[in-house]
Design a protein around this ligand. Structure first.
Ligand code: TRP
Length: 450
């Protein structure tokens, strides 16, 4: 791979549900901060193809995609500085998914946590192993690998539950590189942010949709207030010192406050602040951070056509820049090729950092019926160059030697006649062009050098 390019950081956002404060603190806020790091090319996308595995209600799928796009924009993602797009707008992703599917080991997919968990549940219930399991769930890691590999991501920040998926992306990428003989794909590294706190929910357990204890990120101010006041506390009255340890109220406050504000809040706990006052302070603190975003969110939600345009524009530029050219190369690499192009071209483009090299083309010297000496250059069964005829075998041999070592770089004219210093040394075979011939010579020279 070429030297200095910005580090590519890529992450996918599953488009399901309505974002809550836990998503904001745990994912959105740190990701947006990271997107402003220097020397970084960031990719953020809405994983809407993935969402179809779980959510099959079209209205909710559309709604959730809109809400999540608006959330990221409202929270400060800058679509002119980072790549922000929708997975389903890049048809090269499902195309690459198929190429990877054909090198991915089924046994590896059998071991994916989400799939295994479904099988285990079925076994516990005495059901058939795969009862109710869609092939989409099974293939989830391959689609995710395509998301990552298509843009050459170096780093993928995700939650712990996704580590295995990144390992699989490396595995599939590596297999593809191996089978198709060069480093097509960068192997991504997982990034786990240890700093990011998990936010407690209203009942003190981790804030999660599945516990029904969430505070929606963009709840109206009054709703936010009510929800904050419903956070579970103990029954200590005002004037009695309170523990910050294990207090959901305190942890929530900390997630939105500076260290100095947090220290002051801890002091207020020690001084016996009443729960009502503490909740009021927490509410004001959260609202101070959220209110400007909530305004932007509402503006965006009122103009879905603007969001649509932003997403389409991101995908269009990204396809043009990376996805379309890469898939053209990959199609060629796997052999989905223009049938009218000479088969010689098949292996003629394999310069670069080749892991497995196809056998180079070979010269064959022979004697013609008229007694003169000639040679051919053949690649497998394909004739590339028909050499001119010479009176002495030495002459034919010398040209072979020069062509092999790269000592000469012959010219090819419009009729396919090959000359060096004006001397005709041969003619390209039907369907072989100058580029394919040059590529074949390059492979020979490379082979001679190793
Ligand atoms: N599976 C990820 C999650 O549930 C979402 C995702 C899809 C993703 N494609 C990705 C994350 C590619 C990182 C990279 O969180």
């Amino acid at each position: 791979m070429s030297a200095a390019r910005a580090t590519r950081v890529l992450t996918g956002i599953t488009t399901s549900g309505t974002p809550h404060l836990g998503n904001y603190v745990g994912a959105v806020r740190p990701a947006i901060a990271a997107s402003r790091a220097p020397e970084t090319e960031s990719f953020y996308f809405l994983a809407d193809l993935h969402s179809l595995i779980k959510a099959q209600d079209p209205v909710r799928t559309q709604r959730s995609t809109l809400e999540i796009a608006a959330t990221w924009l409202a929270a400060g993602l800058e679509p002119d500085k980072v790549w922000f797009y929708r997975q389903s707008d890049i048809p090269e992703i499902p195309e690459l998914t198929w190429f990877l599917t054909c090198v991915a080991g089924k046994g590896i997919l059998n071991r994916a946590h989400a799939y295994k968990a479904a099988v285990d549940r079925n076994r516990a219930d005495g059901e058939d192993d795969d009862a109710g399991v869609s092939a989409g769930l099974f293939m989830y890691p391959v689609l995710m690998a395509a998301d990552i590999l298509i843009f050459g991501a170096d780093k993928v920040p995700v939650g712990r539950d996704q580590i295995q998926h990144i390992e699989m992306a490396r595995d599939f990428g590596q297999r593809f590189n191996h089978v198709y003989g060069r480093d097509w794909f960068t192997l991504p590294e997982v990034v786990i942010d240890e700093q990011v706190a998990t936010l407690p929910g209203l009942d003190g357990r981790k804030m999660s949709k599945s516990y029904g204890n969430t505070i929606p990120l963009f709840a109206p101010r009054e709703t936010l207030r009510k929800l904050v006041f419903s956070i579970v506390t103990d029954s200590r009255p005002p004037g009695t010192p309170k523990d910050t340890d294990g207090s959901a109220l305190f942890q929530l406050y900390q997630a939105f406050a500076t260290p100095a504000e947090t220290a002051a809040f801890a002091q207020a706990f020690a001084d016996g602040i009443g729960w009502g006052d503490a909740k009021q302070q927490l509410f004001e603190r959260i609202d101070a951070e959220i209110a400007p975003m909530r305004d932007r969110y509402e503006t965006l939600m009122a103009r879905p056509q603007d969001i649509e345009a932003i997403l389409r524009d991101g995908a269009r530029r990204l396809r043009e820049r990376y996805a379309t050219p890469l898939l053209a190369e990959l199609r060629h690499a796997v052999g989905l090729r223009d049938l009218s192009a000479g088969a010689a071209e098949a292996s003629g483009d394999d310069s670069g950092d080749t892991a497995i090299r196809p056998a180079p083309p070979v010269f064959k010297q022979y004697r013609e019926a008229d007694g003169r000496f000639s040679f051919k250059l053949v690649d497998g069964d394909t004739l590339l160059l028909q050499g001119a005829a010479f009176a002495a075998p030495r002459d034919a041999g010398q040209w072979i030697g020069r062509l092999k070592s790269g000592a000469v770089s012959p010219d090819v004219d419009a009729d396919g006649v090959v000359r060096t210093d004006g001397i005709e040394i041969g003619r390209l075979a039907e369907g072989v062009d100058a580029a394919a011939f040059a590529a074949a010579l390059a492979r020979l020279a490379e082979d001679a050098a190793t």
